[in-house]
Design a protein around this ligand. Sequence first.
Ligand code: ATP
Ligand code: MG
Length: 248
Amino acid sequence: MVRVIAIISGKGGVGKTTTAANLGVSLAYDYHKDVVAIDANTTSSGLGLHLGNYHFKKTLNDVLKNRINIPEAIFNHPSGLKFIPSSTSINSIDADPAGIKRVVSHLEPYVDIILLDCPPTLGNETISGVDSANEIIIVANPDWASLLEARRVIDYANFKKKKIIGLVLNKEENVSEEFRQRVIDSMGIPIIASIPEDNAVIDSVTKRVPVVHLHPHSKAAKAYRKLIEEVTGEQFPRKFGIMSRIFG
Ligand SMILES: Nc1ncnc2c1ncn2[C@@H]1O[C@H](COP(=O)(O)OP(=O)(O)OP(=O)(O)O)[C@@H](O)[C@H]1O
Ligand SMILES: [Mg+2]
């Protein structure tokens, strides 16, 4: 069965898109998987920026508005990752996210993994993303405002009987074991990765190359590799990404 993984959070700006970009390029390049990453954030897109480009002539919004066919909106990243960007203009801000499910169903026969980078909160896009997925990754920061909102999306995923892979605790700094245990107890899901706050991530967003490949020896890249191992259940291949040889 194709893995359709929605990456969601309650609060915004916690690291969903960063996680989607790193998972996507690494699964494609390092693990040789056929992966499509979909920017399911049709009203404030951002995945393209992490992957090297911001303005796209054809987007998910055009697909959802039946202006183009799905394959026309698929772009190729140098890592081998395929991705469908969302619009950055206000032209098609009224695209109906309910159609995301149709896009996912169309892609399923051709790929191993579909990643859905969802917007924050439980709006129509996130609901559509969760409904289209068979697995969920929750992203939160180690503060209770972020975790409280994460709890709500966990409740929704549980209500929809989706398999939750676990929690990515991002931008974490010196979190105690006691705090981690309290998080696990109150969220009811395992912490599958702890990504440190790391300037290498900020640099990678500026340079538009995900940190696993741009700065493979950084703390954040090491943590992302552990996350990818958790998600795949396979050890990370020893070589690092080609982009580290170009940029690193
Ligand atoms: N581990 C990290 N260390 C330092 N900065 C980080 C880290 N993770 C993410 N960031 C920065 O935080 C910002 C927000 O990250 P990102 O866009 O991935 O969040 P998001 O959850 O997708 O946001 P939104 O809810 O708006 O879609 C980005 O500018 C990114 O550079
Ligand atoms: Mg985002």
